[in-house]
Design a protein around this ligand. Sequence first.
Ligand code: GAL
Length: 471
Amino acid sequence: MTTRNTSRSPLASSDRIDRRRFLKRAAASGVGLAVAGVLAACGGGSATATTKPAATAAPSGGAAPAAGSSPAASSGSASAAGGKLEMFSWWTTGGEEAGLKALYDIYKKDRPNVQIVNQAVAGAAGSNAKAVLKNRMLGGDPPDSFQVHMGHELTDGYVAANQVESLDDLYKSEGWDKAFPKGVLDIVSANGHFWSVPVNIHRANVLWYNKKVFTDNNLQAPVTFDDFFKAADTLKAKGITALALGDKEPFASGHLVETVLVGVLGPDAYKGLWTGSTKWDDAKVTEALNTTKKMLGYINTDHAALTWDQANDLVISGKAGMTIMGDWVDADYKQKKFADYGWANSPGTKGVYDALSDTFALPKNAKNRDNSIAWLKLAGSQAGQDVFNPLKGSIPARIDGGKADYDTYLKSAIEDWKKDTIVPSVVHGAAAKDGWAQTYQDSINSFVTSLDVAKTQKALAQGCTDAGVCK
Ligand code: GAL
């Protein structure tokens, strides 16, 4: 594939939806606002965008899409292809690994002589992987493809650093410019080019609970913060940990606070936090931090020693009643064969989808470029997404995905994605560029220990100013 420069902007589509108008208004008031606004159009786009089957959908029977459908994309036939495919990610837990492996299995059917090197660096939310990858990129030793979140993590990171190839040719040959919702297309593009292919959509703002624990204690899934604290008091009185947290990998506490910010501020004001239109010294931010502080009074004492999935084990065993975490938890339950769970939007976020997406990109100077292109084609295909996502606990990014055996939670997520108000996750790369997201994360980590609301709020306000987002 040769990188083709096109003057056509991926933003210039005839698809227009109401929420798209909102985006335009948002984008008009600042650069950063564009991402938050773009995400607001994602789900709605799926309902109205033109659905055209991808040019190279995977053949039935699970074989990968044939490589080389774009004339310049790949040389030689797929079955004769050899060499390696080094795929870099942080997917090492049950559901994550299962989804990835299922994609590899399809890939290997089409390219049996390619050796797949699964370069997965453990550490949820990329806590270790991102730094390793950055060093490799800087050192001129990129993998063949890598996992990267849609949004600022991609565009302000690898695109700005000129480390990835444009995927414009693939978007054209595979029909991807019609296969994904408009809002998703916008957020994987920058400077008029497409830069990665989204394999899924995850939701961050989910409260998971043990049904038996809830039934035994006459509890309903909480909707509001008041509901949450009532349920938490009941569980605490019985000696049950109300809220399981595993922030050994610190993203988990940042994740919890993100969902509280959405719940207390509401979607518009939450989005404004990342674009400068909501001030960090706002009384609602104080309220959100105080609410979090109160929630932290109900967590397991060993939270700093546990990972998110170990915290989830507390819910499975009934030692804890609830946990607030992204929907990769659904995949964790599946892998651990635990079915007695319920879910609700995290408190105060009914009707809001706090979204993130895992995408794959093509580094410049990838050693096995043809193999990488075949991988990207598979990840972007309907067949690939419908094999991967039911195992990963996510929903397909493609408009025509969702036809496979999705469980009850995922079916509900597919519906919610179409109608909810969408906001971008900060902890998972969508809402803010890396430096600012890291300052947020660091401030929240200190907060979990200090519980100092005023100090934390000040640090966050300063972080926003330092990032050049708050004036
Ligand atoms: C997110 C990622 C998900 C899941 C999660 C936990 O950042 O997008 O796919 O892997 O971290 O590791």
